[in-house]
Design a binder for this molecule. Structure first.
Ligand code: DGL
Length: 265
């Protein structure tokens, strides 16, 4: 069991922010990462479309005999988690509520901002989740749809990304938020700009909290992998070469081309 891989997926490079944290605290785990780059962005898609796409990826990961699946995509977490969990027996951990819980813990004045994709925010799952945990918290949300294509283009640290971030985030200056949750796994790639624009606000990246949840799961089920030299394989549904470049940059690794495979989901 312990040698079986952890399956992780997202629409593209965003989930690598989660993978990076998982690799940091669980460096021996075999990993299969799926990026549905042919269908990026997920953030403008309907629930039905997201269900069809994520179901294909989950089926593929199960066919690879993974021991655990991590939905490193807030859009899929928000729209499809309960359905996927009901439909499949393989354990699934999602990223969204880990960020929301961390935000609830972090806020002191009970004013929280959440940024995510339109599809993550459209069903008000975030507000409902937070209200159930603490109904004194006031939530402000904002979709930032340009962040995903900018990140996929490797434009996270230039003038254009700064202007986009400023336009999206300036709105929060009219609120009293002391905490901002990055409820899209692509958004931590803009951390420098976000911190510049909202310097006094606590920024929550759900990746770390999701990785801790994965670690606890493996610990409780005694399925840690103890051997060295883990196998890390990436499947993308389009252009593995471009993905490899971004992947090695974000993870600060030099994975060879044979670690990157093409697969239509
Ligand atoms: N990174 C994903 C998320 O966390 C998907 C973004 C997209 O493809 O629009 O929501």
């Amino acid at each position: 069991m312990e040698d079986r891989a952890i399956g992780i997926f997202d629409s593209g490079i965003g989930g690598l922010t989660v993978l990076k944290e998982i690799m940091r605290i669980l460096p021996n785990e075999n990993i299969i990462y799926c990026a549905d780059t042919a269908n990026t962005p997920y953030g403008n898609k309907s629930k039905q479309k997201l269900l069809n796409l994520s179901r294909q990826i989950v089926k593929f990961l199960i066919a690879q005999n993974v021991k655990l699946i991590v939905i490193a995509c807030n859009t899929v977490s928000s729209n499809c988690f309960y359905e996927l969990q009901k439909e499949f027996d393989t354990p699934i951990i999602e990223v969204l509520t880990n960020g929301l819980n961390a935000g609830i813990k972090a806020t002191q004045n009970k004013f929280i901002g959440i940024i995510g994709t339109e599809a993550t925010l459209q069903n008000h799952a975030c507000e409902k989740f937070i209200a159930k945990k603490n109904n004194n918290v006031k939530v402000f949300t904002k979709a930032c749809p340009l962040f995903v294509p900018l990140a996929e283009e490797d434009w996270t640290n230039n003038k254009i990304s700064y202007e986009a971030a400023k336009t999206y985030l300036n709105e929060f200056k009219k609120t009293q938020i002391d905490t901002l949750i990055l409820s899209c796994t692509h958004y931590p790639l803009f951390m420098n700009n976000i911190k510049k624009i909202l310097p006094t606000v606590k920024i929550i990246d759900p990746a770390k909290f999701t990785a801790i949840k994965v670690q606890k799961y493996l610990m409780n089920h005694k399925i840690f992998r103890h051997k060295n030299n883990p196998n890390i394989i990436f499947y993308t549904s389009d252009n593995p070469k471009k993905f490899r470049h971004m992947c090695n940059k974000i993870l600060k690794k030099n994975y060879p081309p044979q670690n990157f495979k093409q697969k239509n989901f």
